[in-house]
Design a protein around this ligand. Structure first.
Ligand code: SF4
Length: 455
């Protein structure tokens, strides 16, 4: 008869400086779990607590699940534990499972009497393993769940699963967007990244392995997606020019007319202008590029394997083909006002309008963690503040307050000025510009609070 499964995507804590003000994306990982377990006869409901007004007990009362699965990132750890507590208080016999990228890399953070299983690897298969054991189809402990003192399991390098069940979040779909990409759908075509930047958490998730799904499979999945805006959530989609060119060819051959937002490295863009031109013809709309710094020495320190010249060339190419560049930058902990203004001048010179400024955040699991862990000013269990926007390490040369001051100033100088506003209105229309401005304003209020608190 199958089990009743409730899957929950958490709402961020009010302390978390909120990207949800400028983007809310569908919970792809839960949609994958849903399609793959329903194919085995289970019944699944997904609730997205970001737009939901109703509380967890309401859903428990109405759905009476046998199993509750919760996913999230580092900033959700306390919320996920709290949801599990609410579930067990409602009915201790409901099995609680947590997963997600943070659970895979730092499973011990979820140790709690309210959580039955912490998925440590291979989420979909492990979730199925747990359900099989609950039904008595298999015995013993599922292979990839967390137990203290047991070695980390081996991660899969294939992805033999059914497509995500996007209809499961149909009632929320109208609110999903990424900046100006309204109603965008997510797709994942590869796992991991072949590079090894020191600050990066992504590569820990796949144990430094990189593998990609076959392109024909991706084209089939794209054909089934109704939305025309597609956000390819690969850590780096621009790996291998032949693969991208083949992808463009298949899009054309299959008459797939959609717009794409991707992650890509500056060195690929700089060295493959023809690929960007070709991709633009079949729908490339924007690239999130980890530019990180306007100082080549810093890029070397991060092991980014790019330099300032490459970054500039990449931005120029994107501009030439009218592909939006969303530049992400790391704000150095040894910076003074001079460095913030140097970055501002460089961004201005490149003509970037959309930037994401993150203070260097040595997440546990990355190479930088050991170096900085003695200087943390945010406790590690204050997970909601580990959002890549809070300053978690004491800066070397300026106060925390000044660091937040310069961050806000940089955002205002780059994005909130008449020229940038006019650019957005012309390109994306008044409605979307206003919507984004409201979101950005909400984020800036959170930053202002930090500025006043000075910690
Ligand atoms: S920062 Fe980007 S390029 Fe570097 S390892 Fe992470 S995903 Fe790869």
């Amino acid at each position: 008869m199958g089990l009743r499964v409730l899957l929950i995507r958490p709402k961020p804590h009010k302390e978390t400086i909120g990207l949800q003000n400028v983007m809310i994306c569908e919970p792809l990982e839960l949609e994958y779990i849903s399609s793959n377990i329903e194919a085995l006869g289970h019944k699944c409901v997904i609730i997205d607590m970001i737009p939901e007004k109703r509380k967890i007990p309401y859903f428990l009362e109405h759905l009476r699940p046998d199993v509750v699965g919760i996913t999230g990132y580092i900033s959700h750890v306390n919320i996920m534990k709290d949801y599990a507590r609410q579930v067990k208080r409602f009915d201790p016999t409901i099995v609680t499972i947590v997963g997600g990228v943070h659970a895979e890399v730092n499973p011990g953070d979820f140790a709690s009497k309210y959580i039955d299983y912490i998925i440590r690897a291979n989420g979909i298969r492990t979730f199925i393993d747990i359900l099989n054991r609950m039904e008595g189809k298999e015995t013993g402990e599922p292979e990839c769940v967390y137990h203290r003192d047991t070695p980390a399991p081996k991660k899969e390098t294939v992805f033999p699963y059914l497509y995500p069940d996007r209809d499961k979040v149909k009632r929320y779909r109208h609110i999903y967007y990424y900046m100006f990409h309204r109603n965008c759908s997510l797709i994942k075509t590869s796992f991991g990244c072949p590079y090894n930047c020191k600050f990066c958490f992504c590569r820990q998730i796949t144990d430094d392995q990189y593998f990609a799904r076959p392109l024909e499979d991706i084209i089939n999945e794209l054909k089934q997606i109704r939305e025309s805006e597609i956000y390819i959530v690969d850590d780096d989609f621009l790996v291998g020019r032949e693969r991208i060119l083949k992808f463009c060819e298949l899009l054309e051959k299959n008459r797939i007319h959609k717009k794409y937002l991707i992650y890509g490295r500056a060195d690929f863009i700089a060295a493959n202008e023809d690929v960007i031109r070709r991709f633009k013809q079949v729908g490339l709309r924007a690239v999130i590029v980890g530019l990180e710094s306007c100082d080549s020495r810093q890029l070397d320190d991060y092991n980014k394997r790019t330099n300032v010249r490459i970054n500039e060339k990449a931005c120029a190419i994107l501009k030439k083909y009218d592909v939006e560049c969303y530049g992400t930058f790391i704000l150095g902990l040894d910076w003074t006002g001079k460095d913030f203004f140097a970055l501002y001048r460089w961004i201005k010179k490149l003509g970037l309008v959309f930037v994401n400024l993150q203070p260097l955040t040595p997440l546990r699991g990355t190479e930088l963690y050991e170096k900085y862990k003695d200087r943390f000013i945010i406790r590690e269990d204050e997970y909601e503040k580990w959002d890549l926007a809070h300053l978690v390490v004491k800066p070397d040369r300026i106060s925390v307050r000044m660091f937040y001051f310069y961050t806000i100033l940089l955002y205002y100088l780059i994005t909130v000025n008449p020229a940038s506003g006019w650019y957005m209105i012309r390109k994306y229309g008044l409605h979307d510009t206003l919507k984004l401005s409201v979101g950005a304003f909400m984020v800036s209020l959170q930053y202002f609070r930090k500025l006043i608190e000075g910690r």
